[in-house]
Design a protein around this ligand. Sequence first.
Ligand code: FMN
Length: 366
Amino acid sequence: MTEPAAPLRLTDYREPAYRRLPSPVRDFVEGGAGDERALDADRRAFARVTLRPRVLVDVSAPATATELLGAPLATPVGVAPTAYHRLLHPDGELATARGAGRAGALYVVSLFASRTLEEIAAAATGPRWLQLYWLRRRDVLAGLVDRAADAGYRALVLTVDAPHLGRRHRDARNGFAVPPDVRAVNLDPALMAAAHRPAPGRSALAAHTAEAVDPAVTWPDLAWLRARSPLPLVLKGVLTAEDARLAVRHGADAIVVSNHGGRQLDRAPAGLDVLPEVVDAVAGACPVLFDGGVRSGTDAYAALALGARAVLLGRPVLWGLAADGADGVAGVLDLATAELAHTMALTGRPALTALDRTAVSFTPAP
Ligand SMILES: Cc1cc2nc3c(=O)[nH]c(=O)nc-3n(C[C@H](O)[C@H](O)[C@H](O)COP(=O)(O)O)c2cc1C
């Protein structure tokens, strides 16, 4: 019997991952909102990038190591927050944490993790941030924030693009609900009950979000969260210069440019298309991270060249997790980092500080 070929591209993890998953889970991972235009836009934006290689530069040692909010990282490619990793692998977030740690990558843990924050912390060897949605129950939010600090999480990532869940037609058609054996264990079971209640033609996650997430939150509310926790506050889901400036004014310590992998507002722009405008608006006041549609180290290179300090992977990490647990997660992150280093070498930019807009040719979509 021949051994299966080792993955050469991040997308090589996709097929073995999906072979192992029931089709509603595959749809949950892969799908986007509405007509999936924002999802398509993320990929199409990368297709418009070409690289501007420089030659006769010493590229014997391309260096991908970086630093983010005080934490040293072996790579600027990290793990985006994604819910319910036990849908993909029995070890769930513990495998993700081990894989990220092995790759020297940042791991942003989702509020809807299916392992406890403390278990994940014990399995991790690298820096972790905790992602939050603004829950109606501020007491629960406050408790989570305290637990995050106690368990050594280094930042809070407030996702601001989901006052309501996107209209995810695949999940609605499947009547998708989270199976009872996979739970968001960091939250009270009563608070999560709606996520497990299937109903034909409806996503249980949408129903749950409507029940649990506070859609009335506005910029001044951030002061409460900042006062509640000593951890830096990162805002995820910013897509305009106007909001980037507000984020800085309201004390954000970092911003993630993201359209939530096309899962929230359909017809939102691709993150890559608005990354330059956000970076210009922030004007160095805080680091800008990026996610959405990154499917190679060369894609990561493009986002870094357009001003991102780090790039997060959503679905590719989930493919790695489903295909091969911690090894798959580390494999995805290592491959992306190796491709990034290779591209840095072949473009004559062996240091991340040399990745600027002159490294790419890119016209944002109008
Ligand atoms: C299955 C899945 C679950 C997700 N869960 C969350 C979540 O709990 N919180 C959050 O802020 N973003 C969540 N996201 C969005 C990701 O953080 C990220 O923005 C997106 O996946 C990046 O795009 P990519 O998948 O093309 O890399 C989720 C994405 C997927 C695919």
